[in-house]
Design a protein around this ligand. Structure first.
Ligand SMILES: Cc1cc2nc3c(=O)[nH]c(=O)nc-3n(C[C@H](O)[C@H](O)[C@H](O)COP(=O)(O)O)c2cc1C
Length: 309
């Protein structure tokens, strides 16, 4: 039973109940196995592995990571083994972990997204899908799905029809009005939205005069993006009724609590995993200690409770 001495950290997304709000963000936690020596993954609210596409992808040319003053720019290019290999060789590992597996996936066309949703719907052991819509639509001249509500709405609606799994739409910050993208995801049937993905960025070397990344442009993540992510989570949480999962530069529990105060129901830890493999579990302990210290019985009572008018 929950009490001020034993606060309730649970939450619901669609039909799944999470034991706590801490998840690890796609692409920053490998396939989970890599981290099991550092803490028991069972303790997390959910694990989200690297994004999966229909066909295997080799990713971008190196260098693919560049460290900035307050974060990293990556241009991994969504390298992954593809859906078939994932289901055959990676999925069995998650059966022994007693927490939710949320699969992150993406396509180059709406058809590919729908096909992926169908494939994941058919196999046991998956609790939900996180759909990364920050990808260019190859059929529509490379316009990113997540940047145009006219492309995002039908995409989410068709993916919704293709699966019974809870659907989380992962939003891109590279838009003018992220609230609009969230609302259109909700209207199309999403069970939750997660944000933010990385912010388009670049770096150049003044000696070689060459870009630091093989792909020239990459995505910025880490502490540098936290204030932007917070603002976006706040804007989105005022626009939609479905749960908002916040991320972007969460390095410690205090950061996570800020996201919850501006309206996030849950949070994801990304870049922090690359610096401190125990970041997820430390954030979880820190959130629990904060609730104990402030005598708050239920984490969801904290949600959106910042005094912002
Ligand atoms: C190296 C790296 C790889 C990533 N790969 C993915 C991915 O495959 N799919 C996805 O939706 N997001 C991916 N992301 C974005 C993160 O999941 C997260 O949205 C972003 O990094 C912001 O959170 P953070 O500042 O805590 O890292 C990746 C981020 C990094 C740093």
């Amino acid at each position: 039973m929950a009490s001020i001495l034993n606060p309730d950290l649970t939450l619901t997304i669609g039909k799944i109940r999470l034991k706590n709000p801490v998840m690890v963000a796609s692409g920053t936690f490998g396939f989970g196995e890599e981290y099991e020596d550092f803490f028991g993954l069972d303790q997390l609210g959910a694990v989200i592995p690297k994004g999966i596409s229909l066909k295997p992808m080799m990713g971008n040319p190196p260098p693919r990571l560049f460290e900035t003053e307050a974060g990293i720019i990556n241009s991994i290019g969504l390298q992954n083994p593809g859906v078939q290999d994932f289901i055959q060789n990676k999925l069995p590992y998650y059966r022994k972990i007693k927490t939710h597996l949320i699969v992150n996936c993406f396509g180059n066309t709406q058809k590919e997204y729908v096909e992926l949703a169908r494939r994941f719907d058919e196999v046991p052991g998956i609790s939900g899908l996180e759909i990364n819509i920050s990808c260019p639509n190859v059929k529509r001249g490379g316009i990113v799905f997540g940047c145009d509500p006219k492309m995002a709405y039908p995409l989410v609606r068709e993916v919704r029809k293709a699966t019974t799994l809870p659907l989380i739409i992962k939003l891109s910050p590279n838009v003018t009005d992220i609230g609009l993208m969230a609302k259109c995801s909700e209207d199309a049937g999403a069970d939750a939205v997660s944000l933010i993905n990385t912010i388009r960025a670049m770096a150049v070397n003044i000696h070689s005069r060459k870009p630091e990344l093989g792909n020239i442009i990459g995505g910025l993540s880490g502490p540098a993006i936290k204030p932007i992510a917070l603002r976006m989570v706040w804007e989105v949480s005022r626009k939609v009724k479905i749960p908002v999962i916040g991320m972007g530069g969460i390095m410690k529990a205090e950061d996570a609590i800020e996201f919850i105060l501006v309206g996030a129901s849950a949070i994801q830890i990304g870049t922090a995993n690359l610096i401190n493999p125990r970041a997820g579990i430390e954030v979880l302990h820190g959130i629990r200690n904060y609730l104990l210290e402030k005598r708050i019985e239920n984490l969801q009572d904290l949600k959106g409770s910042a005094y912002v008018g």
